[in-house]
Write a protein that binds this ligand. Structure first.
Ligand code: ZN
Length: 177
């Protein structure tokens, strides 16, 4: 099995906007395979390329019926409202109730370069919005309301302190140094 380390909260790569993929070649195919294996190993239901340090517009997901690769995605329409408890592999162990649009219409390309066009809602729609946020350099913590954010900052600070006392190398990687 071939996996890559998942970048954690504090790593600047997570705050950068990714760039379009111009050639869907064998390197992209092999990156997609590694990302899928990394996602399953975590385990998680979605993973964006910049979460493994690659600044490209691509994500993989599995809503429960097998892996799907989405290249150069964009959400062209969304409506409604749905509240769901969302977590993130880059902020492990934490989750928050987040309200976002429910129904989304996503377009992109598959690994063969064919056009993907998916209209969906609820869980799959939530995955799409979460992964699109990653590709635009936005983290779940940026979506929290003021009270949630204050509590999250306290937790993350405490976690950094815990790591600092038990694992100085872990702290450096958490801080992206
Ligand atoms: Zn995430």
């Amino acid at each position: 099995m071939n996996t890559m380390p998942i970048r954690q909260f504090g790593d600047p790569v997570l705050n950068q906007v990714t760039t379009e993929i111009s050639d869907i070649d064998s390197r992209i195919a092999s990156l997609a395979k590694t990302m899928i294996e990394t996602m399953y190993e975590a385990p998680g239901s979605g993973l964006a390329a910049n979460q493994v340090g690659v600044q490209k517009r691509m994500f993989v997901y599995d809503k429960g019926d097998g892996p799907v690769v989405v290249i150069n995605p964009s959400i062209v329409e969304s409506d409604g409202e749905w509240t769901f408890e969302e977590g993130c592999l880059s902020v492990p162990g934490l989750s928050w109730e987040i309200t976002r649009p429910n129904r989304v219409y996503l377009v992109g390309r598959d690994l063969d370069g064919n056009e993907l066009s998916i209209e969906t809602d609820e869980y799959e729609g939530r995955i799409f919005q979460h992964e699109m946020d990653h590709l635009n350099g936005i983290l779940l913590v940026d979506r929290l309301d003021d009270d949630q954010r204050k509590a999250a900052k306290r937790l993350l600070r405490q976690r950094a302190l815990d790591i600092a006392t038990t694992d100085p190398d872990g702290l450096r990687s958490l801080l992206g140094e």
